[in-house]
Design a protein around this ligand. Structure first.
Ligand code: SME
Length: 163
């Protein structure tokens, strides 16, 4: 049985290194995308403070994301590429950090509690597979150290699965 261990978050570089190590251990021996996405979102939601939604939107066609495994309140199911923070992340193929969702034109509100957001692309070489979406009820919850940390977690997740 895998048991997640709480991590001291006073040093974010160490925090994400340890979280990444726990994620790699959790996903070892399993290559199924849905199974690994489910456990990845559960681990993140358990160990990362101040989140109200953590999970995946997967590209099911070239122009549309569909919600995947997540933790949090029920969410919008389909997001066109280019729409909202998630759709914009696919278009840019780069992470988007939104300090205040109310100031992001076109933000899609799935949970009225969300105040800030970080969306990281899932990249496999040149291929984009979807996004990892993190929402917080706290404004300016995410900074550069979080972006770097979550990009590392996204890479570990992508490389652990068969696509
Ligand atoms: N915030 C996203 C929509 C998904 S929910 O937050 C879960 C967006 O604007 O893309």
């Amino acid at each position: 049985m895998f048991t997640a261990s709480q991590i001291d978050a006073s040093d974010l570089t160490r925090f994400y290194a340890e979280l990444d190590a726990q994620l790699a251990a959790l996903l070892t021996g399993e290559r199924d995308v849905v199974a690994n996405a489910a456990n990845t979102s559960a681990l993140i939601f358990q160990l990362v403070a101040d989140l109200n939604w953590a999970g995946f939107y997967l590209l099911k066609s070239s122009d549309e994301l569909v919600v995947g495994p997540f933790q949090g309140k029920p969410a919008c199911v389909r997001i066109p590429v280019g729409k909202g923070v998630c759709g914009a992340t696919v278009e840019r193929r780069a992470s988007i950090l939104v300090e205040d969702v109310h100031a992001f034109p076109g933000h899609i509100a799935c949970d009225a509690n969300s105040q800030s957001e970080l969306v990281v692309p899932l990249l496999l070489g040149e291929r984009i597979l979807g996004v990892l979406d993190l929402d917080s009820p706290v404004k300016r919850r995410f900074g550069e150290a979080d972006r770097i940390g979550f990009e590392r977690l996204a890479k570990t997740f992508v490389e652990a699965c068969d696509w």
